[in-house]
Design a protein around this ligand. Structure first.
Ligand code: NDP
Ligand code: 8X3
Length: 256
Protein backbone atom coordinates (compact mmCIF):
# COMPACT_ATOMS: atom_id res chain seq x y z
CA UNK A 1 0.00 0.00 0.00
CA UNK A 2 1.29 3.46 -0.94
CA UNK A 3 2.20 5.65 2.05
CA UNK A 4 0.36 8.96 2.16
CA UNK A 5 2.57 10.54 4.84
CA UNK A 6 3.25 14.19 3.92
CA UNK A 7 1.49 13.83 0.56
CA UNK A 8 -0.55 16.94 -0.21
CA UNK A 9 -4.21 16.14 -0.92
CA UNK A 10 -6.65 18.78 -2.19
CA UNK A 11 -10.31 17.90 -1.66
CA UNK A 12 -12.90 20.15 -3.31
CA UNK A 13 -16.37 20.21 -1.75
CA UNK A 14 -14.89 19.22 1.61
CA UNK A 15 -17.55 21.04 3.66
CA UNK A 16 -20.09 18.21 3.44
CA UNK A 17 -20.88 14.62 2.50
CA UNK A 18 -18.31 12.64 0.53
CA UNK A 19 -15.69 15.42 0.63
CA UNK A 20 -15.85 15.71 4.43
CA UNK A 21 -15.71 11.90 4.74
CA UNK A 22 -12.57 11.92 2.55
CA UNK A 23 -10.99 14.46 4.92
CA UNK A 24 -11.80 12.13 7.82
CA UNK A 25 -10.39 8.98 6.22
CA UNK A 26 -7.17 10.63 4.96
CA UNK A 27 -6.48 12.64 8.14
CA UNK A 28 -4.87 9.82 10.20
CA UNK A 29 -2.42 8.91 7.39
CA UNK A 30 -0.08 11.86 8.00
CA UNK A 31 -1.09 13.43 4.68
CA UNK A 32 -1.36 17.23 4.42
CA UNK A 33 -4.96 18.17 3.62
CA UNK A 34 -6.16 21.19 1.67
CA UNK A 35 -9.89 21.40 2.25
CA UNK A 36 -11.80 23.60 -0.19
CA UNK A 37 -15.43 24.73 -0.39
CA UNK A 38 -17.53 27.89 -0.29
CA UNK A 39 -18.84 27.47 3.29
CA UNK A 40 -15.95 28.64 5.44
CA UNK A 41 -17.61 27.94 8.80
CA UNK A 42 -18.30 24.33 7.81
CA UNK A 43 -14.65 23.89 6.82
CA UNK A 44 -13.53 25.33 10.16
CA UNK A 45 -15.85 22.99 12.10
CA UNK A 46 -14.56 20.00 10.13
CA UNK A 47 -10.93 21.03 10.73
CA UNK A 48 -11.55 21.31 14.48
CA UNK A 49 -12.94 17.77 14.57
CA UNK A 50 -10.22 16.11 12.53
CA UNK A 51 -7.78 15.84 15.42
CA UNK A 52 -4.68 16.63 13.35
CA UNK A 53 -2.01 19.26 13.90
CA UNK A 54 -2.22 22.70 12.24
CA UNK A 55 0.74 21.95 9.96
CA UNK A 56 -1.31 19.17 8.33
CA UNK A 57 -4.33 21.23 7.35
CA UNK A 58 -4.95 24.21 5.11
CA UNK A 59 -8.42 25.62 4.46
CA UNK A 60 -9.39 27.26 1.20
CA UNK A 61 -12.59 29.19 0.68
CA UNK A 62 -13.19 28.51 -2.98
CA UNK A 63 -16.02 28.62 -5.49
CA UNK A 64 -14.88 26.27 -8.25
CA UNK A 65 -17.23 27.99 -10.72
CA UNK A 66 -14.96 31.03 -10.85
CA UNK A 67 -11.96 30.37 -13.09
CA UNK A 68 -10.13 33.45 -11.80
CA UNK A 69 -10.72 32.44 -8.15
CA UNK A 70 -9.45 28.93 -8.87
CA UNK A 71 -6.36 30.29 -10.60
CA UNK A 72 -5.61 32.74 -7.79
CA UNK A 73 -6.29 30.20 -5.01
CA UNK A 74 -3.93 27.64 -6.55
CA UNK A 75 -1.19 30.07 -7.48
CA UNK A 76 -1.29 31.74 -4.04
CA UNK A 77 -0.95 28.55 -2.01
CA UNK A 78 1.92 28.83 0.50
CA UNK A 79 5.08 27.24 -0.97
CA UNK A 80 4.93 24.20 1.34
CA UNK A 81 1.33 23.54 0.20
CA UNK A 82 1.66 24.08 -3.53
CA UNK A 83 2.95 20.68 -4.72
CA UNK A 84 -0.37 18.87 -4.73
CA UNK A 85 -0.01 15.08 -5.00
CA UNK A 86 -3.66 14.01 -4.99
CA UNK A 87 -6.57 16.05 -6.31
CA UNK A 88 -10.04 14.86 -5.33
CA UNK A 89 -12.46 16.67 -7.67
CA UNK A 90 -15.54 16.13 -5.53
CA UNK A 91 -17.36 19.50 -5.54
CA UNK A 92 -20.63 19.00 -7.35
CA UNK A 93 -24.38 19.29 -7.15
CA UNK A 94 -27.70 18.60 -8.77
CA UNK A 95 -30.50 21.14 -9.03
CA UNK A 96 -34.06 20.08 -9.78
CA UNK A 97 -35.58 16.96 -11.31
CA UNK A 98 -37.68 18.55 -14.02
CA UNK A 99 -38.44 17.40 -17.53
CA UNK A 100 -35.93 19.01 -19.88
CA UNK A 101 -38.57 21.06 -21.70
CA UNK A 102 -39.81 22.42 -18.37
CA UNK A 103 -36.35 22.90 -16.87
CA UNK A 104 -34.95 25.95 -15.12
CA UNK A 105 -32.05 27.47 -17.06
CA UNK A 106 -30.41 28.77 -13.88
CA UNK A 107 -30.37 25.23 -12.46
CA UNK A 108 -28.73 23.98 -15.66
CA UNK A 109 -26.07 26.67 -15.52
CA UNK A 110 -25.27 25.95 -11.88
CA UNK A 111 -24.78 22.23 -12.57
CA UNK A 112 -22.74 22.79 -15.74
CA UNK A 113 -20.62 25.51 -14.10
CA UNK A 114 -19.88 23.40 -11.02
CA UNK A 115 -19.74 19.79 -12.17
CA UNK A 116 -18.07 20.34 -15.54
CA UNK A 117 -16.43 23.74 -15.75
CA UNK A 118 -15.39 23.86 -12.07
CA UNK A 119 -13.80 20.42 -12.29
CA UNK A 120 -12.00 21.46 -15.48
CA UNK A 121 -10.69 24.73 -13.99
CA UNK A 122 -9.25 22.99 -10.91
CA UNK A 123 -7.75 20.19 -13.01
CA UNK A 124 -6.21 22.64 -15.50
CA UNK A 125 -4.45 24.54 -12.73
CA UNK A 126 -3.15 21.56 -10.77
CA UNK A 127 -2.22 18.84 -13.26
CA UNK A 128 0.64 20.75 -14.98
CA UNK A 129 2.51 20.75 -11.63
CA UNK A 130 1.90 17.00 -11.26
CA UNK A 131 3.34 16.39 -14.75
CA UNK A 132 6.35 18.61 -14.03
CA UNK A 133 7.05 16.84 -10.72
CA UNK A 134 6.47 13.39 -12.22
CA UNK A 135 3.90 12.35 -9.61
CA UNK A 136 0.21 12.80 -8.95
CA UNK A 137 -3.27 11.35 -8.91
CA UNK A 138 -6.57 12.94 -9.99
CA UNK A 139 -9.69 11.34 -8.54
CA UNK A 140 -12.95 12.60 -10.03
CA UNK A 141 -16.41 12.05 -8.56
CA UNK A 142 -18.57 10.82 -11.41
CA UNK A 143 -21.85 9.02 -10.81
CA UNK A 144 -24.06 6.18 -11.98
CA UNK A 145 -25.86 9.16 -13.56
CA UNK A 146 -22.93 9.46 -15.97
CA UNK A 147 -23.55 5.91 -17.18
CA UNK A 148 -27.36 5.80 -17.22
CA UNK A 149 -29.76 8.70 -17.77
CA UNK A 150 -32.96 8.75 -15.71
CA UNK A 151 -36.20 10.74 -16.13
CA UNK A 152 -35.72 14.32 -14.96
CA UNK A 153 -31.97 13.73 -14.60
CA UNK A 154 -31.22 15.14 -18.09
CA UNK A 155 -28.72 17.94 -17.41
CA UNK A 156 -27.27 16.49 -14.17
CA UNK A 157 -26.71 13.18 -16.01
CA UNK A 158 -25.10 15.10 -18.88
CA UNK A 159 -22.64 16.74 -16.50
CA UNK A 160 -21.69 13.36 -15.02
CA UNK A 161 -21.39 11.81 -18.51
CA UNK A 162 -19.02 14.71 -19.19
CA UNK A 163 -17.01 13.84 -16.06
CA UNK A 164 -16.70 10.28 -17.41
CA UNK A 165 -15.41 11.61 -20.76
CA UNK A 166 -13.07 14.08 -19.05
CA UNK A 167 -11.62 11.31 -16.85
CA UNK A 168 -11.07 9.06 -19.87
CA UNK A 169 -9.58 11.91 -21.91
CA UNK A 170 -7.27 13.00 -19.10
CA UNK A 171 -6.02 9.42 -18.67
CA UNK A 172 -5.23 9.29 -22.39
CA UNK A 173 -3.53 12.69 -22.38
CA UNK A 174 -1.38 11.73 -19.37
CA UNK A 175 -0.21 8.47 -20.92
CA UNK A 176 3.59 8.47 -20.73
CA UNK A 177 3.57 10.31 -17.38
CA UNK A 178 3.23 8.67 -13.95
CA UNK A 179 0.13 10.74 -13.13
CA UNK A 180 -2.89 8.58 -12.35
CA UNK A 181 -6.58 9.25 -13.11
CA UNK A 182 -9.55 7.61 -11.43
CA UNK A 183 -13.29 8.13 -11.64
CA UNK A 184 -15.33 6.99 -8.63
CA UNK A 185 -18.97 6.69 -9.69
CA UNK A 186 -21.47 6.03 -6.89
CA UNK A 187 -25.16 5.25 -6.90
CA UNK A 188 -27.34 6.67 -4.13
CA UNK A 189 -25.38 8.18 -1.23
CA UNK A 190 -27.19 9.73 1.73
CA UNK A 191 -25.60 13.20 2.00
CA UNK A 192 -26.91 16.74 1.55
CA UNK A 193 -27.09 15.99 -2.19
CA UNK A 194 -30.89 15.56 -2.40
CA UNK A 195 -31.55 18.55 -0.12
CA UNK A 196 -29.48 20.66 -2.49
CA UNK A 197 -31.24 19.12 -5.50
CA UNK A 198 -34.64 20.07 -4.07
CA UNK A 199 -33.50 23.51 -2.87
CA UNK A 200 -33.84 22.68 0.83
CA UNK A 201 -37.09 20.67 0.66
CA UNK A 202 -36.09 18.22 3.40
CA UNK A 203 -39.25 16.09 3.18
CA UNK A 204 -38.80 15.50 -0.55
CA UNK A 205 -35.09 14.80 -0.02
CA UNK A 206 -35.85 12.19 2.67
CA UNK A 207 -38.19 10.32 0.30
CA UNK A 208 -35.28 9.61 -2.09
CA UNK A 209 -33.81 7.17 0.45
CA UNK A 210 -37.10 5.93 1.95
CA UNK A 211 -37.27 2.18 2.54
CA UNK A 212 -33.79 1.40 1.28
CA UNK A 213 -30.27 1.40 2.67
CA UNK A 214 -28.24 3.92 0.65
CA UNK A 215 -24.46 4.23 0.65
CA UNK A 216 -22.96 6.52 3.26
CA UNK A 217 -20.36 9.17 2.51
CA UNK A 218 -17.89 7.00 4.46
CA UNK A 219 -18.55 4.06 2.09
CA UNK A 220 -17.52 6.20 -0.87
CA UNK A 221 -14.52 7.72 0.94
CA UNK A 222 -13.37 4.17 1.66
CA UNK A 223 -13.35 3.39 -2.10
CA UNK A 224 -11.50 6.65 -2.84
CA UNK A 225 -8.94 5.77 -0.15
CA UNK A 226 -8.44 2.34 -1.72
CA UNK A 227 -7.83 3.88 -5.16
CA UNK A 228 -5.35 6.42 -3.74
CA UNK A 229 -3.29 3.84 -1.88
CA UNK A 230 -2.63 1.30 -4.65
CA UNK A 231 1.04 0.86 -5.64
CA UNK A 232 2.29 3.65 -7.92
CA UNK A 233 2.15 1.53 -11.09
CA UNK A 234 -1.55 0.61 -10.57
CA UNK A 235 -4.28 2.86 -11.98
CA UNK A 236 -7.89 2.16 -11.03
CA UNK A 237 -9.65 3.79 -13.99
CA UNK A 238 -13.28 3.63 -12.89
CA UNK A 239 -15.27 2.25 -9.99
CA UNK A 240 -19.06 1.99 -9.97
CA UNK A 241 -20.20 1.57 -6.39
CA UNK A 242 -23.87 0.98 -5.59
CA UNK A 243 -25.97 0.18 -2.54
CA UNK A 244 -27.09 -3.46 -2.50
CA UNK A 245 -30.62 -2.01 -2.71
CA UNK A 246 -29.90 -0.36 -6.08
CA UNK A 247 -29.44 -2.25 -9.38
CA UNK A 248 -29.43 0.69 -11.83
CA UNK A 249 -30.10 4.43 -11.88
CA UNK A 250 -33.84 3.72 -11.79
CA UNK A 251 -34.18 0.24 -10.24
CA UNK A 252 -34.18 0.27 -6.44
CA UNK A 253 -35.50 -2.07 -3.79
CA UNK A 254 -37.75 -0.18 -1.34
CA UNK A 255 -39.10 -2.15 1.61
CA UNK A 256 -42.26 -0.08 1.92
P1 NDP B 1 -23.09 17.28 -0.66
O1 NDP B 1 -24.14 18.24 -1.08
O2 NDP B 1 -23.14 16.71 0.70
O3 NDP B 1 -21.64 17.92 -0.89
C1 NDP B 1 -21.34 18.68 -2.03
C2 NDP B 1 -20.07 19.48 -1.78
O4 NDP B 1 -19.76 20.22 -2.98
C3 NDP B 1 -20.23 20.48 -0.65
O5 NDP B 1 -19.09 20.42 0.17
C4 NDP B 1 -20.29 21.83 -1.36
O6 NDP B 1 -19.65 22.82 -0.56
C5 NDP B 1 -19.44 21.54 -2.60
N1 NDP B 1 -19.71 22.48 -3.67
C6 NDP B 1 -20.87 22.64 -4.37
N2 NDP B 1 -20.74 23.65 -5.23
C7 NDP B 1 -19.48 24.15 -5.07
C8 NDP B 1 -18.75 25.22 -5.66
N3 NDP B 1 -19.29 26.00 -6.60
N4 NDP B 1 -17.48 25.44 -5.27
C9 NDP B 1 -16.93 24.66 -4.32
N5 NDP B 1 -17.55 23.64 -3.71
C10 NDP B 1 -18.83 23.41 -4.08
O7 NDP B 1 -23.13 16.11 -1.76
P2 NDP B 1 -22.24 14.80 -1.96
O8 NDP B 1 -21.19 14.67 -0.94
O9 NDP B 1 -23.17 13.67 -2.16
O10 NDP B 1 -21.60 15.13 -3.39
C11 NDP B 1 -20.20 15.08 -3.65
C12 NDP B 1 -19.99 14.65 -5.09
O11 NDP B 1 -20.47 13.31 -5.25
C13 NDP B 1 -20.74 15.48 -6.13
O12 NDP B 1 -19.88 15.68 -7.24
C14 NDP B 1 -21.93 14.61 -6.50
O13 NDP B 1 -22.39 14.89 -7.80
C15 NDP B 1 -21.29 13.24 -6.40
N6 NDP B 1 -22.23 12.14 -6.25
C16 NDP B 1 -23.15 12.11 -5.23
C17 NDP B 1 -24.03 11.06 -5.11
C18 NDP B 1 -25.11 11.03 -4.08
O14 NDP B 1 -26.07 10.25 -4.24
N7 NDP B 1 -25.02 11.79 -2.99
C19 NDP B 1 -23.95 9.92 -6.03
C20 NDP B 1 -22.96 10.04 -7.06
C21 NDP B 1 -22.12 11.10 -7.14
P3 NDP B 1 -20.13 24.33 -0.39
O15 NDP B 1 -21.61 24.39 -0.57
O16 NDP B 1 -19.68 24.70 0.99
O17 NDP B 1 -19.37 25.07 -1.44
C1 8X3 C 1 -26.08 11.03 -7.75
C2 8X3 C 1 -26.71 9.72 -7.99
O1 8X3 C 1 -28.65 8.65 -9.19
O2 8X3 C 1 -29.15 10.35 -7.52
O3 8X3 C 1 -25.12 11.27 -8.70
O4 8X3 C 1 -28.26 10.95 -9.66
S1 8X3 C 1 -28.26 9.94 -8.63
Amino acid sequence: MLSLANQIILITGASSGIGAACAQIFAPTGAKLILAARRWKRLQELAENLNITADKIHLLQLDVCSCSSVESAISNLPPDWSNIDILINNAGLSRGLNKLHEGDVQNWEEMIDTNMKGLLYVTRHIVPGMVARGRGHVINLGSIAGHQTYPGGNVYCATKAAVKAISEGLKQDLLGTPVRVTSVDPGMVDTEFSQVRFHGDTERAKKVYEGLTPLTADDVADVIFFCATRPAHVNINEVIVMPVDQASATLVNRRI
